[in-house]
Design a protein around this ligand. Structure first.
Ligand SMILES: Nc1ncnc2c1ncn2[C@@H]1O[C@H](COP(=O)(O)OP(=O)(O)OP(=O)(O)O)[C@@H](O)[C@H]1O
Length: 299
């Protein structure tokens, strides 16, 4: 397998009655990328994932996975998926279900490696029906890994995991991706996208509203905040400054959202030489996300 993207979505559209769940989504992901698909409830993330996996047929557009159709890629064992509600048989043990799934693949990882990568060593003899929510997620992760896929697709993988479980899970994902394999995960957790993804695809109302490295997505919403103590200045005064898009005064400190923070700091000091304790920071992904959502609410 050489060249070419890990997968490509071209103009993907899916409607459910009058709802357009996914509306012309185009995304190309290179091999070895770890991509977060981020968005609020109903943004179209799960529908996009379902089309990527060939579980739902698009109304328009096309999906290519490892150079073929999603079905072909799945049949060839190139794709491993961890879905939100994948059922597990209650009566079989973790060891048995891993063995079973490993045995269905043409070129699987050894069962012992699957168990180790998913951190299930101490749960091998446990019946699946007796697992906690977070443990069940780890078993689903193990089953997704069993076929040694080139592409891992994870729909809200850490939803039921505690803090330690999440940390261990992401360490396992990074290790997996380090070998040049590709990961796409859908999430609500902005911090996870920020900490663990190389790239963020931000969706809202079925449309991709930002796509790029985490730092670029932050910058796309033009994002810097200038904070300063500005005695005697009102919100109206500050809102007039060049480069400033919005103002908040909190406990005697001004917070200026800036499209151009260089212009803003010059204008601030020219107009208010008494301004002190000046601090300029980039927006976090959370703020970027909120800004994009707010833009839409205002539109
Ligand atoms: N089978 C379906 N029938 C009708 N409408 C659907 C169906 N599946 C999804 N939708 C609608 O399509 C839109 C996108 O849903 P989707 O589940 O893809 O969003 P999401 O981003 O995954 O949301 P969440 O984060 O809540 O899981 C929503 O408005 C949803 O109600």
């Amino acid at each position: 397998m050489t060249g070419g993207p890990a997968f490509e979505l071209r103009g993907l559209t899916k409607r459910f009655g009058s709802v357009t769940a996914v509306d012309g989504v185009s995304v190309e992901v290179a091999r070895g990328e770890v991509v977060a698909l981020l968005g609020p409830n109903g943004a179209g993330k799960s529908t996009t994932v379902d089309m990527l996996l060939g579980l739902t047929k698009p109304d328009a557009g096309a999906v290519t996975v490892e150079g073929g159709s999603p079905r072909e890629a799945v049949d060839r064992g190139l794709v491993g998926a961890m879905m939100q509600n994948g059922a597990l048989l209650g009566d079989v043990t973790v060891g048995e279900i891993v063995d079973l799934v490993v045995s269905t693949h043409a070129n699987p990882l050894p069962a012992s490696e699957v168990i180790a990568r998913a951190g299930l060593e101490n749960l091998v003899k446990r019946r699946c029906g007796k697992l906690s929510g977070g443990e069940r997620q780890r078993v689903r992760f193990a089953l997704a890994l069993a076929g040694d896929p080139k592409l891992l697709v994870l729909d809200e993988p850490t939803a039921a995991m505690d803090v330690d479980g999440r940390r261990a899970f992401w360490a396992a994902i990074r290790e997996y991706a380090a070998g040049g394999r590709t990961v796409l995960f859908a999430t609500h957790y902005l911090a996870e996208a920020e900490d663990y993804a190389d790239r963020v695809v931000l969706m809202r109302h079925g449309v991709v509203v930002a796509d790029g490295p985490v730092a670029e997505v932050r910058a796309a919403v033009s994002g810097r905040v200038l904070k300063a103590a500005v005695p005697g200045a009102t919100e109206t005064d500050l809102a007039r400054l060049a480069g400033v898009t919005s103002v908040q005064l909190r406990a005697g400190r001004a917070e200026l959202a800036c499209a151009d923070s260089d212009a803003a700091v010059r204008a601030l000091l020219a107009e208010f030489p008494q301004a002190a304790d000046i601090e300029i920071t980039a927006l976090g992904l959370e703020e970027a996300f909120l800004a994009l959502t707010a833009e839409e609410a205002a539109a």
